[in-house]
Design a protein around this ligand. Structure first.
Ligand code: GLY
Ligand code: MN
Ligand code: MN
Length: 472
């Protein structure tokens, strides 16, 4: 039986969420938290280590036009510094200061064209550097900072030009060996230490991610009501971005996927350029970014607001797989357990629907042989944080990592029945469904950050069928 719409709506209300977010501009990660992160890394480097980290470069689109600038997540995580052409150096135990930031100096002429810069004064006063130098001083200052350090921690082999420059600084230190100076003898990938830190979200980060998820869930709700036969896929994409921006999330965490009908079977479909048809489902995978933190939500629903029987059968199967996966998220469980639970539920369901042959007894064999793979070909989730596919190891010493409080992951099983598959009954052909939520691991179990986006058949049909009742 279908739940009455009024009950469904009351469970979807957003509690305590301001109409626009944030209520005022400014970072939600405090200066203290940035300091704590740098201190934690400084300690991990040890007395003879040193770490280098560069800001993201600006990328030219053509002529004088650039792509929108986004700071590198690692750099942002340690500094909050939003500008390009900057380099952070962490030097444990250095008397003149352990945190050194190289950045663009103030320049009234350039700032008239491009907007204000923090300058070296701002790097110290506003971003907590102990010392700051103009970026032009790198070649002169870096060999001094690398002197008498044994391990150089640096995310090497990402940017060939920077690699060459760093090696040049190491050579410059070596040139002073006869003067009794020690040069770095080991190059260590900084990712290992830094990404392990980023995997565990602090209280402030968890709050930001909760807000990013709420803003994005609200945008999904608005798009559900905006959706109707005849609209273009890119209109839903634009409406989603508009709704996010209206709640303070100006940038998207990744390019949205809006696939009507069989386009939902193309996993990385981003053309988003077809009309939505009456009777089809639409899959929308979209999430806003809020102050550098991502949401990643997929909802699949009928373009006309009502599921037909094959759509409903497949949808409820994917939903039960997703619920089974989420139920496995608890401290101590292994990373792979949600995926295994989803695969088991999907395989059983595909057998029941006659999409996989062999009967119930064949399920373990079908799982071993990965018979579900033509219909479910991706993993059930990934870490989520400042990046949509966030950093952090999935395995440790050869075994799947265990969940711990503070980790955030997505749970996103799907079924994709490509239109050209003749072994699939015609009513199922060309249906693609994915359901994706973001989950915070807590000591008491999973917190579904994205729970405000309608998900059950009753919630979706109730929400889409009662447009205007609750303007949200
Ligand atoms: N939106 C990308 C993903 O779901 O992994
Ligand atoms: Mn995802
Ligand atoms: Mn997604």
């Amino acid at each position: 039986m279908q739940e009455p719409a009024s009950r469904v709506l009351s469970t979807l209300k957003i509690d305590g969420m301001p109409e626009t977010y944030p209520p005022s501009r400014g970072s939600r990660i405090s200066a203290n938290e940035y300091r704590r992160r740098r201190r934690q890394l400084l300690r991990a480097l040890g007395e003879t280590g040193v770490a280098l980290l560069a800001a993201a470069p600006e990328r030219v689109r053509n002529g004088h036009t650039h792509y929108p600038y986004r700071q590198a997540s690692d750099f942002s995580y340690l500094t909050g510094f939003p500008e390009p052409e900057a380099l952070l150096v962490l030097v444990p135990g250095r008397r003149e200061g352990e945190v050194v930031l190289f950045c663009r100096p103030r320049d009234p002429e350039r700032e008239r064209w491009e907007g204000p810069r923090a300058g070296v004064e701002g790097a110290v006063e506003r971003y907590g550097a102990d010392q700051a130098y103009p970026i032009g001083a790198l070649d002169e200052e870096m060999p001094k900072l690398l002197r008498d350090r044994d391990q150089l921690h640096y995310p090497f082999a990402h940017d060939a030009d920077l690699d060459a420059r760093v090696m040049g600084w190491v050579r410059a230190v070596r040139a002073q060996i006869r003067a009794g100076v020690r040069a770095p003898r080991a190059l260590v990938n900084l990712d290992d230490l830094l990404h392990e830190m980023r995997l565990f979200k602090s209280k402030a980060e968890a709050k930001l991610m909760r807000d990013a998820a709420r803003v994005s869930a609200r945008a999904h709700r608005q798009v559900m009501r905006f959706c109707q036969p005849g609209r273009w896929e890119y209109e839903l994409e634009a409406e989603f971005a508009r709704a996010c921006a209206a709640s303070g999330s100006r940038f998207q965490a990744y390019p949205a996927i809006v696939g009507g009908g069989a386009n939902a079977c193309v996993l990385h479909y981003t053309a988003n350029d077809q009309r939505l048809r009456d009777g089809d489902l639409v899959l929308i995978d979209a999430g806003g970014e809020l102050e550098g933190y991502a949401a990643d939500i997929t909802r699949t629903y009928p373009v006309n607001g009502r599921f037909n029987p094959p759509q409903k059968a497949l949808y409820e199967l994917v939903l039960s797989a997703q619920e089974a996966a989420i139920a496995k998220i608890a401290p101590g469980n292994r990373w792979i357990e949600p995926h295994e639970a989803a695969v088991k539920t999907l395989t059983r369901g595909l057998v029941e629907l006659g999409l996989l042959a062999g009967g119930r007894k064949a399920v373990p064999k079908l799982i071993r042989e990965e018979a579900y793979k033509p219909y479910f070909m991706h993993r059930t989730g990934h870490w989520l944080g400042m990046d949509v596919h966030d950093v952090g190891d999935y395995k440790r010493e050869g075994d799947w990592r265990r969940f711990e409080p503070g980790m955030v992951l997505t749970v996103e099983p799907g079924l994709y029945l490509a239109p050209e598959r003749e072994d699939v009954p015609p009513g199922f052909r060309g249906i693609g469904i994915r359901i994706e939520d973001d989950v915070l691991v807590t000591a008491t179990g999973p917190e579904i950050l994205t729970r405000h986006a309608p998900k059950t058949v009753a919630e979706i049909e109730g929400w889409m069928g009662s447009a205007g009742e609750n303007g949200d």
